[in-house]
Design a protein around this ligand. Structure first.
Ligand code: SAM
Ligand code: SF4
Ligand code: SF4
Length: 337
């Protein structure tokens, strides 16, 4: 097991398989100036699997596939099957916007995917269109049902809450989750990337989400799974749904952050708010052996001391305040959430 400078083990890996996306979510997409990664720079499945096996050897137990929109990557079930076949990987999951899940769910389940997180912020078709710039609500709802039908467990809903946009839908979303037995997690709107016009006023803090939930649910706090998960979990005494809140802004959890990221163009990134990554693709494509790749991963993790959300929290409470624009962060669609 490798530890970083704050003694955090490298236990999970997020692999972004593409920066392409068929949605344009207002809280995620960078401005029109964004340059797509050239296809020749995107890691092949062979390269991803080779790296994943080294990560697994170094102690990574869980892998999440993300993007951009990962289901836009051709033949994703082929990659899923190869990652699922890695001996030391105990959990393989996917985060998707759900638009293509209906058609992909059978092949993904067959390939050995364990769990899926579907991002869904509203049940109102008009609002869905305003957030994603696509008219796809019904396709996402179908994707959720198909994923469940094909035995993916759990099929979890991720809902980013933004004030003035969808904060009036917290209760309808929980009721939908209850009716369908989907665990749900509410996420505080974060200042990822550079161009999503993040402002503190747009955040609905965890405490307020809980107060609003109080109108329809009796919640008992369970805490963080494994003590290190980003989400604080609650038991819903009336509806029985599993409910969590990810409060990156108001209750940062960097102390327990065990996540390494691999971007679609082969960069190792140690924090969601990093300004740069470490090029492992260059080494990989220069004919390096597994020992060289292992050393780069080990060195990168061992030097890690990221605690961006804690620093943001401290700055927000200080007299000088917090300026998100000061840092030139890597865009979320490159990193995956
Ligand atoms: N396209 C896929 C999707 O939307 O699920 C996977 C990639 S997306 C970048 C991963 C997650 O990041 C999604 O659940 C999305 O809602 C979340 N996300 C994107 N921008 C965010 C922001 N500004 N604050 C909080 N979560 C955000
Ligand atoms: Fe929306 Fe995910 Fe695409 Fe970002 S990557 S625009 S969150 S669907
Ligand atoms: Fe991890 Fe960085 Fe998020 Fe802190 S801010 S929890 S270190 S990804």
């Amino acid at each position: 097991m490798i530890l970083d400078r704050l003694k955090r083990p490298m236990a999970d890996l997020r692999i972004s398989v593409t920066d392409r996306c068929n949605y344009r979510c207002s809280y995620c997409m960078p401005s029109a100036r964004y340059e797509w990664i050239d296809r020749s720079e995107i890691l092949t499945y062979e390269e991803i699997v080779r790296l994943a096996a080294i990560f697994a050897d170094l102690g990574v137990q869980k892998i999440r596939i993300t993007g951009g929109e990962p289901l836009l990557r051709r033949d994703l079930p082929v990659l899923v099957a190869r990652l699922a076949g890695l001996e030391k990987i105990a959990g393989l999951s996917l985060t998707t916007n759900g638009s293509l899940l209906g058609e992909s769910a059978p092949a993904l389940a067959e390939a050995g995917l364990d769990r899926v997180n579907v991002s869904l912020d509203t049940l109102n078709a008009e609002k869905f269109k305003r957030i994603t710039r696509r008219d796809d609500l019904n396709k996402v709802l179908e994707g959720l049902s198909r994923a469940r039908e094909h035995g993916l467990r759990p099929v979890k809903i991720n809902t980013v809450v933004e004030r003035g946009l969808n904060d009036d839908e917290i209760i309808p979303m929980v009721e939908f989750a209850r009716r369908n037995g989907f665990p749900i997690r509410f996420i505080e709107y974060m200042d990822v990337g550079n161009a999503n016009d993040w402002r503190m006023e747009k955040i609905v803090p965890k405490q307020e989400i809980l107060e609003r939930l109080g109108a329809a649910c009796r919640l008992e706090e369970i805490g963080r799974n494994d003590g290190s998960a980003p989400s604080v979990e609650y038991k819903d005494a009336d509806g029985g749904v599993e409910l969590g809140i990810i409060a990156s802004i108001t209750e940062p959890f960097c102390r327990g952050c065990t996540r390494m990221r691999l971007t679609a163009d082969g960069k190792l990134v140690t924090c969601l708010f990093s300004e740069r990554g470490y090029d492992i693709k260059g080494l990989l494509r220069s004919g390096a052996n597994d020992g060289d790749l292992r050393s780069l991963i080990t060195e990168t993790w061992s030097r890690r001391k990221d605690r961006y959300s804690e620093e943001r929290f401290e700055a927000l409470r200080s007299t000088s305040g917090y300026q998100t624009q000061v840092r030139r962060k890597i865009e979320m669609i490159r990193l995956g959430g």
